[in-house]
Ligand binder design. Sequence first.
Ligand SMILES: Nc1ncnc2c1ncn2[C@@H]1O[C@H](COP(=O)(O)OP(=O)(O)OP(=O)(O)O)[C@@H](O)[C@H]1O
Ligand SMILES: [Mg+2]
Length: 379
Amino acid sequence: MERKSFIFGTAVSDYNFIGRETETARLKANFLEGINTILISPRRIGKTSLVKHVKKGLESNPNVIVVYLDMFACKTEYEFYNALAAAVLKQTASHVDKWMEYAKEFLVRLTPKITFSPEANSDFSLSLGITPRTHSPEEVLSLAEEIARKRDKHIVVCIDEFQQMGELPDSLTVQKKLRSIWQHQQRTSYCLFGSKQHLMSSIFQRRNMPFYQFGDMIFLGKIATSDWVQYIVKHFEDRNRSISDELAQQLCGLVDNYSSYVQQLAWLLFSRLNEGETAIAAQLNMAMNDLLDANEALFMQQIESLSAYQMNFLRAVAAGHHIAFGDKAIRDDFNLGSPSNITRLKDALIKKDLIEVRGRGEIYLTDPVFQLWMNHRMI
Ligand SMILES: Nc1ncnc2c1ncn2[C@@H]1O[C@H](COP(=O)(O)OP(=O)(O)OP(=O)(O)O)[C@@H](O)[C@H]1O
Ligand SMILES: [Mg+2]
């Protein structure tokens, strides 16, 4: 397949992956040393890409096997156990056909069903038929450790969209089981990551919660402008277009270095150029407008269910207010209702992941392009 100049929306690798040297090294060291890791960031910053990058970098390492699992679709405790067991069996088998042997050896009483997806040469999905009647949580949660011992390796289980754990029915009980079993394992460590900061922090940052202080906590930040400039300039060049360092830098600034948006905006600008052409500022402005258009439907959907007060609160934040929403002047300017209303508004918008708390309680919109859209099109 021809390589793409810019990718946004799905995890990236190789040609489309830039920067993250420090984070890669830290994660790699944790994986090799068996240190549990928690990785948190806003949406679309690059968690999945980073973890897959580290996994790939360790593929030739004889001492460690990295297993990747996305738990987004897991809506119950046992759906999670099935997904976990399937991922561990498939990805730790020394040969692609071996997982069935592993399944028989390590988990008895299975009734596996294999479903091949309709697209040719794509992956198969495995449902193992693990139910409360056939298997205890302990059995499934010990699977990786047993395989690690048997194969004399260290296993790192990476669980993506881990915020979903907080949404399972009876979540706290499930979390307690996981923590109590995982913490005694010698040869298995975990990398738990996801977005929706309020859900992730409620799992990992509350003293009374099972996963409190479970491991090395990494807040994944933005990719540095210098890395982005290098990436954009090179990717334009590779396809016989050009852009100056300065304009590439401006491009990053427009979307606040937000990974997915940098790639999308770069693509929108690129697509306006003919072969041999050099990008100019006016084209960047048009591309920025395209970016707002492209995301409008999504943003509309996000505000659809908001109350008038909640909208007003968003307007206040978008206009540059980050603290002191209880002050009469701000409440009057933006029609926020009574001071007691403010906390409720904040909580509701945090739950919807539209705003986040930074530093010492300052409120920001989670998405910089949503912020621009609010200011340009919703006033
Ligand atoms: N290291 C990187 N180099 C270049 N682009 C990146 C990098 N990391 C992320 N991106 C950009 O951000 C987009 C989202 O990346 P990714 O899916 O890894 O983020 P995420 O944090 O896992 O997102 P989500 O919160 O939706 O799970 C990618 O499609 C790509 O455009
Ligand atoms: Mg992801």
